[in-house]
Design a protein around this ligand. Structure first.
Ligand code: GLN
Ligand code: ZN
Length: 755
């Protein structure tokens, strides 16, 4: 039997990697110093795995930015704009790909979400002239390094089929034309690794998605070639983030010596796998969840192990994390401020390694009774805890009536009354919510957090910020104002901190991409809203102006998607609880005289399951949770929603189902995609396609904005069009935001004279 994790987080328990990267980019440390930090982190993480007692330690999983970018570097698949200077371990070229080359004005490679996680990878670019060759031996060097320190390494490669599927084709290139060259490099790498290790892990998470036909047809031949290169070392085909379903045969017939399956996100597949796995193939059981931070239920895991043993014996078993531990924080023992009781329910990466070893020991017949008992008691205390189980919340969800999903009148009828009431011009102008989070705002918040100023001083400061924001907007001539969100650090954390059922870690950082980390809130128990959260700020802003001020809330699906969610209730039910809490806030805002309320659902699309077959189930409950949030208001209250992407072609009908009166969306960077969606499906509501990209410091011209709007008017009727930027302005400076908004308003005014 073997024990292992599919990968370990690389950022370091105190985000050492982030700090080192940022100092290196600023020129404060040399490349040698950066490499030394990398070595230190690798060594530390190997030591954790060995000290836990795992039989293998993962190598090659460390990266200075991203494992897909490492694969690009390994294959020499460097886009031409970065030059051909791609020598082994050239960090300068490496970071240019990740971040662009400012001096030469070369844009970075695109970045996108890694499957359904919140990790972002660098998207491979396939062009006709791209030449593939072994250009970096990083994984081989790291594996040798681990051996020199006495570890038993298991190198981790991103598989060629997933790599090809995740890339994008340019200039008419056909990605599968590159397969032979890529396979050749993989063979070279595997041949060099083979003498160094018993196992090589090859990740093919793409097998847990709807596989393109070509990918299915080339899968087995490709793996037979790789297997031939592996000699006496064994290949472990790692799949995760879901079930293999119709792709199981590909995995079983790949010729790989072992198959890893995810039993956290793909538990349902176990029987099918056990029924079909050839009796020469190892099975790695991904029992310890790599995407959440709850303690593993050791007893039921042992039951599972025993039932597997009955079917296929124990000689060919591996006990493992479900996926790489990249998606969880590093070490729980650093959480010194966390409620002791809550802390006892959690496990971060270090603790997850220990859990794997305990499972192994008990399964192998060793006495770990103390640990088993502790685990049992921790789970019991979680289940029966008053922080977790709140009768009123459960009853409220249980008594939900379906009429709570409907606004009083259908959209067509409620519009008329509102028109009279809101008196908005044609093409109303607005913003998405946040204004620049200036240095002053951030430092004042910090002072308040540290107790250097009291809550009265902090509140006065926030009010002065809101006053300034309202004045600026009136002066600009915007039609629907916002308060600017100076009191919020983050659109989810701000609400989580005020809701019951959430808790926050001090150091629970998870890599989002490269040097960027996020610290997701933890939903530990039933969610409810003890008191109003935003009413004070929004009504203060409204008291300063005759123009309508939009109330600004984060939607239930987004709060869910950007948190670690309890695993003892279905996600849909947790989402209903959040929806009810936000619904209370919506109604309080309305009662306080707010006539327009925006519910941000930035993460709505990212919650989509990986398989098309599962989409509708998710979309049904996600849409219903949004409706539950907003449906209590009167007909004349206008509900907005905002989403940060425009690729909703396939879900436009569901977005219409949300029944928001107005939606604002990101679209300036990809206007064509948006318009495509509209051609196919007429969105029957008002819409504000973002007219400029807030991620860029560039100030859009009046002409450019008008051009975009005119293009939008080809498919959106004039009375349905709103004018707004693409997302919140919190990452911009006022020197960029003001002229951009001025141009936006000028464009709106000019356009009005033409209609
Ligand atoms: N209201 C939020 C803001 O303006 C929305 C942020 C988002 O969509 N990501 O910051
Ligand atoms: Zn946005």
């Amino acid at each position: 039997m073997e024990t292992h994790v599919l990968g370990f987080p690389r950022i370091g328990v105190n985000r050492e990697l982030k700090t080192a990267l940022e100092r290196y980019w600023k020129g404060a440390i040399s490349e040698t110093e950066l490499l030394a930090v990398g070595d230190e982190l690798k060594k530390r993480h190997w030591r954790v795995q060995q000290e836990s007692g795992l039989s293998l330690v993962a190598t090659g999983d460390f990266s200075f930015y991203d494992q897909v970018l490492d694969t690009i570097a390994m294959l020499g698949a460097i886009p031409e704009r970065f030059g051909r200077n791609d020598g082994n371990g050239n960090l300068v070229a490496y970071f240019h790909m990740a971040r662009g080359n400012v001096i030469e004005n070369t844009p970075a490679m695109e970045m996108t979400k890694w499957f359904d996680s919140n990790y972002h990878y660098i998207v491979p670019e396939f062009t006709p002239s791209l030449s593939i060759h072994l250009a970096s031996e990083k994984i081989i060097e790291e594996t040798r390094h681990a051996i020199s320190l006495g570890y038993r390494p298991k190198p981790v490669l991103l598989g060629p089929i997933t790599f090809l599927c995740l890339g994008k084709e340019y200039d008419g290139a056909k990605r599968w034309d590159k397969l032979d060259d890529i396979t050749t490099v993989y063979c070279e790498v595997i041949r060099k690794l083979a003498p160094l290790c018993d196992w090589v892990q090859i990740d093919e998470p793409i097998l847990c998605t709807d596989l393109p036909e070509v990918a299915s047809s080339v899968f087995i031949p490709t793996y037979q070639t790789l297997k031939a290169a592996a000699g006496s070392s064994k290949l472990l085909l790692a799949t995760y983030f879901g079930e293999l379903r119709e792709n199981l045969n590909l995995a079983l017939e790949s010729g790989c010596d072992g198959l890893h399956i995810d039993l956290a996100q793909g538990k349902g597949q176990l029987n099918m796998v056990l029924g079909q796995i050839p009796d020469t193939m190892w099975l790695s059981l991904g029992i310890v969840a790599g995407r959440n931070i709850w303690k593993t239920d050791l007893r039921s895991s042992l039951d599972l192990l025993q039932s597997v043993e009955k079917r296929i014996g124990r000689d060919r078993l591996m006990i493992a994390s479900s996926c790489s531990l990249l998606h969880v924080p590093v070490d729980l023992s650093h959480e010194t401020e966390l409620d002791q009781e809550v802390k006892n329910w959690l496990a971060f990466a270090v603790q997850k390694c220990d859990e794997i070893k305990i499972l192994y020991d008990v399964f192998a017949g060793d006495n770990r009774d103390r640990e088993l008992l502790e685990n049992y008691e921790a789970l019991q205390s979680h289940r029966n805890n008053p922080k977790v189980y709140r009768k009123e919340v459960r009853q409220r969800v249980a008594s939900l009536a379906s009429d709570m999903l409907y606004r009083r009148s259908p959209y067509a009828d409620r519009g008329r009354e509102r028109e009279k009431w809101l008196k908005l011009p044609l093409f109303p102008t607005t913003t998405i919510g946040s204004f620049p989070q200036t240095r002053e705002i951030r430092s004042t918040r910090l002072k308040f957090k540290r107790g250097q100023i009291d809550s009265k001083q902090y509140e006065d400061f926030l009010k002065s910020e809101i006053r300034a924001a309202v004045k600026r907007q009136e002066k600009l001539g915007l039609d629907v104002l916002v308060h600017g969100e100076p009191e919020r650090n983050d659109m989810v954390e701000y609400f989580g901190q005020q809701l019951d059922g959430f808790c926050f870690t001090r150091n629970g950082w998870v890599q989002s991409y490269g040097n960027r980390c996020v610290k997701p809130p933890v939903i530990i128990g039933d969610v409810s809203r003890p008191e109003p959260m935003t009413v004070k700020w929004i009504t203060y802003a409204q008291s300063l102006t005759d123009k309508p001020v939009k109330g600004m809330l984060t939607g239930p699906v987004t709060i869910l998607c950007w948190s670690f969610v309890r695993d003892d209730l279905p996600r849909s039910e947790v989402c209903q609880q959040i929806a009810l809490a936000i619904r209370d806030e919506v109604l309080d805002l309305e009662k306080a005289g707010i006539s327009i309320i925006q519910i941000d659902e930035a993460a709505f699309r990212e919650g989509l399951p990986l398989r098309k077959n599962d989409h509708d189930t998710y979309l049904r409950w996600a849409v219903d949770c949004f409706r539950l949030t907003v449906s209590g208001v009167s007909d004349r209250t206008q509900i907005h929603t905002h989403m940060c992407y425009s690729e909703f072609n396939t879900i436009v009908n569901w977005i219409a189902e949300m029944d928001a009166d107005v939606i604002s969306i990101e679209s300036s960077r990809s206007k064509m995609e948006l318009l495509e969606a509209f051609k196919e499906f007429e969105y029957p509501r008002e819409i504000g396609p973002g007219v400029y990209d807030i991620h860029s410091p560039r100030i859009p011209t009046v002409e450019e904005i008008k051009d975009l709007l005119k293009a939008a008017l080809q498919v959106i009727p004039p009375h349905s069009l709103w004018i707004n930027p693409d997302c919140g302005l919190k990452t911009r400076d006022w020197v960029e935001a003001l002229p951009s908004l001025r141009n936006l308003i000028t464009a709106a005014k000019q356009l009005r004279t033409e209609y």
